[in-house]
Design a binder for this molecule. Sequence first.
Ligand code: SF4
Length: 304
Amino acid sequence: MFVPSYIKLHEINELRKRVEKAYEILKGCKICPRQCGVNRLAGEKGVCQVGKLPMVSSYHPHFGEERPLVGRHGSGTIFLTFCNLLCVYCQNYEISHLGEGSEVSIDELTKMMLYLQKIGCHNINFVTPTHVVPQILAALPHAIEGGLSVSLVYNSGGYERVETLKLLDGVFDIYMPDFKYAHPAVAKRFSKARDYPEVAKAALREMHRQVGDLVLDEDGIAQRGLLVRHLVLPDGLAGTREIMRFLAQEISPNTYVNVMDQYRPCGQAHKYPPLNRPITLKEFQDAVNEAFEASLRRLDGITV
Ligand code: SF4
């Protein structure tokens, strides 16, 4: 029977130490690469606009995620409010930029996890967790003592500090980061993060070091490993070819990748042509071909 890694960490009392280390970082916040330096424990807020307590927009079983996460009973998503990346075209703009949601206590976050497990979800899927890593860690011991036993999914934009990811080693069994851009100028223009490509590469290397390639159980449900999402942007702006080559050559040719076709102009996208239009069928087909040309074969929803 599958036992999530965090159980062991809790048994040896390491989880509590990680919580303490993570909260220490909040005093001059360097949780993410923005490194704002604000004291979030005193209520100060940086780029992500979240202070001491986490904010949640919604929590429910989600059937629109990748097939290995959804299974029969859904992925137990908890949508965290605000974000550390803030892309101008964000597909969840109201939540990430406008702050849809409300503050919750650590106890409430614990109860959300246990509720999602109770109704049969295959995993607890934290959407946009980067800026609230300490608070998620703080909720986990209580959830374990309440019987939590499903995998945790770290569903992020890929803009992560390796130092913070190391606090999650043995906590999350499934990492599902985006890899959004291959080129610094594009990352700067759309996400104010010129260093995104190098930061995301280092983050993906660390995630893969921790959990390896994606492993499924006999029912096709994800147990442990790395899934990478890549949203295809108009006019090849995401740099799909370079990203697929990186994944195949420097992470693993067995990397499970979701090449996503659902780009829609949201948020401020209308001010940034060609982001003011959806992608074409040809642009998506070209992106999938680039993944195949890089020798990637585990593409979500695409049979070889
Ligand atoms: S988590 Fe938020 S406050 Fe902390 S460094 Fe990142 S953006 Fe700044």
